[in-house]
Write a protein that binds this ligand. Structure first.
Ligand code: ZN
Length: 309
């Protein structure tokens, strides 16, 4: 049976697109409930200045809380070296830095061109390497806008492959491919995963971060699965929607992803009945916030999960 890791990114990717601040206690309850439902990795927040994203102001406290949950890998997003210093001080297990393949997007978002971003990645890799081995976090570069950009349009696959190689050479342990804008289609996913894995080594690309903006999220997951991808990011209830397309869902929905993978015979470790109950915590903490997903609305098929062997 193929073991697949679902990495929950709702407390970071979802909440950063919601202008209201979800109370710390509710976020703790959410993380604890999802871990109890069998989710093994959660991106709990990002280390960005609180004046830019007040929703993420207490990420350090959340990391501390989440580290107390046995068996849970605690991931955070860091925009730069300073963020990485905070993440390491907080004791996060995994750091990822978004590296926009669209230079226009990168300059607008973090005011850095590609050369400056590679310098930042090199500095973070050095900081990570300087930690005692037992505390050294896993360092991943998320190649964002890899499938297209709302400012530049199409993004060249040659460029993505070249910057993936450059990220590994700069000291990243792994790269992931991110469809930040929901532009990807399954043929493109298959091609770019294959090309990138050939260039950096299969063990250096295991993660896809997909959005469902145009309804192709799960089709793109299947394409990734067929190419050997083993980790998929997703957000409970598709929380946060899509900042570029009002009314459209953002991240692929954790509940639908878990249902599809389990139904296909992959092992996620997730108890779906329990997972479906977790969204109540979000609904209560953020009343009126749209939540997405087909499986939560339709319920599980009759007899789902009962022994079939
Ligand atoms: Zn995203």
């Amino acid at each position: 049976m193929t073991r697949i890791l679902i990495s929950e990114v709702g407390p970071r990717d979802g909440l950063q697109s919601v202008s209201r601040v979800m109370p710390l206690q509710a976020r703790q309850a959410w993380i604890a409930a999802e871990a109890a439902a069998g989710v093994r990795e959660i991106e709990v927040g990002s280390f960005v200045p609180a004046r830019l994203l007040p929703q993420m102001a207490d990420t350090a406290a959340l990391v501390g809380f989440a580290k107390g949950i046995e068996g849970l890998a605690v991931a955070v997003l860091v925009p730069n070296l300073r963020g990485a210093e905070h993440a390491i001080a907080a004791g996060a297990h995994k750091l990822s830095i978004p590296f926009s393949m669209s230079e226009t997007h990168s300059l607008k978002n973090v005011r850095k061109d590609h050369a400056a971003m590679l310098d930042e990645i090199r500095a973070i890799a050095a900081l990570v390497a300087a930690q005692p081995e037992a505390q050294r976090p896993h360092f991943e570069v998320g190649l964002s806008t890899a499938f297209g950009c709302t400012m530049e349009g199409a993004v060249s696959e040659d460029k993505v492959v070249r910057l993936a190689v450059a990220s590994i050479e700069a000291g990243a342990r792994e790269v992931g491919l991110s469809d930040t804008t929901g532009y990807a289609n399954p043929a493109q996913v298959r091609r770019l995963v294959r090309r990138t894995r050939t260039a950096v080594g299969a063990e250096r690309l295991n993660t896809l971060h997909l959005h469902n903006t145009r309804g192709l999220g799960l089709a793109n997951v299947v394409a990734g699965l067929e190419e050997g991808i083993t980790t998929f990011d997703a957000s409970l209830g598709g929380l946060g929607g899509c900042p570029f397309a009002p009314g459209a869902s953002g991240n692929i929905v954790t509940e639908d992803l878990a249902f599809m993978l389990e139904a296909m015979g992959c092992e996620t470790g997730i108890d779906l009945e329990r997972l479906l109950k977790v969204r109540r915590i979000i609904a209560e903490a953020l009343p009126g916030e749209p939540l997405y997903g087909f499986t939560p609305d339709a319920g599980l098929p009759l007899g789902f999960g009962s022994a079939t062997a």
